[in-house]
Design a binder for this molecule. Structure first.
Ligand SMILES: [Mg+2]
Ligand SMILES: [Zn+2]
Length: 235
């Protein structure tokens, strides 16, 4: 009985695809790792990306190949990275409303999962680039969600994820930066901060500015056409 109620509304249902670095985490986790552990040359690669000479996939692939750090040291640093803690209540609110939430990131999967675990958010699904340890000090990045046609040439094309993950649902994008640009043009609803906010303003993309998840939690119930949800939504 409970499940049927949810299914009735799926045609008009929404899903949330949420960026991680700078949106949930306070710092960009890849930048923190590179600043601390990369061999020389990563900043030059970053410049090529900033100038538009290479896409983010190539940028990340080359930078991660410069990481020179053991798993223990990498995890110890990652453990210090903090998130916007109002994300925790946002996750609960989305679950209560039956809105599926997926973290979609052009960052590093095991790094994100490590940080989420620290905040008891291990259950939140993550789609990101796959970081693999290839020797005691060396790492390699894999891109199972890349596409040749991605406008941003991202490692993880968020447009592709939007088309495959709960594809019958409308998309709410939450993001802060360049990895969100491609999906911001296609998403049904965009919450934006920092450079994504500017991108939306410059390109006439409808969006809602935000700074913390506290603001977003307050507005989430607009996506569900039911005034009283507690008893009806099976989660
Ligand atoms: Mg970001
Ligand atoms: Zn894309």
């Amino acid at each position: 009985m409970l499940l049927m109620n949810v299914e009735q509304y799926q045609e008009n249902s929404w899903k949330i695809l949420c960026d991680f670095d700078g949106t949930i985490s306070l710092q960009d986790t890849t930048d923190v790792l590179l600043e601390n552990f990369a061999d020389q040359g990563w900043e030059e690669i970053e410049q090529l990306w900033e100038q538009g000479e290479i896409g983010s996939k190539e940028c990340m692939q080359r930078q991660i190949a410069l990481l020179n750090v053991t798993k223990e040291k990498l995890e110890a640093l990652v453990h210090q990275i903090e998130i916007d803690e109002s994300f925790i209540d946002f996750v609960k609110a989305a679950k209560k409303l039956g809105i599926p939430l997926t973290i979609v990131s052009d960052g590093l999967d095991i790094v994100i999962r490590h940080i989420l675990a620290k905040y008891n958010l291990r259950h939140v699904p993550v789609i990101a680039n796959q970081l693999e340890q290839v020797s005691e000090h060396r790492w390699q990045l894999h891109f199972p969600n890349a596409t040749k046609i991605c406008k941003s040439q991202s490692g993880t094309c968020k447009c592709k994820v939007s088309q495959t993950q709960h594809k019958q649902y409308k998309t709410i994008l939450i993001g802060d930066g360049r990895s969100d640009f491609c999906l911001s043009e296609e998403a049904d609803y965009v919450y934006a901060k920092k450079s994504l906010l500017k991108h939306c303003q410059d390109n006439n993309i409808k969006h809602v500015p935000f700074s913390t998840f506290t603001e977003l939690t307050k507005t989430l119930d607009q996506f569900v056409g039911l005034p009283q949800l507690d008893a009806k939504v099976h989660v």
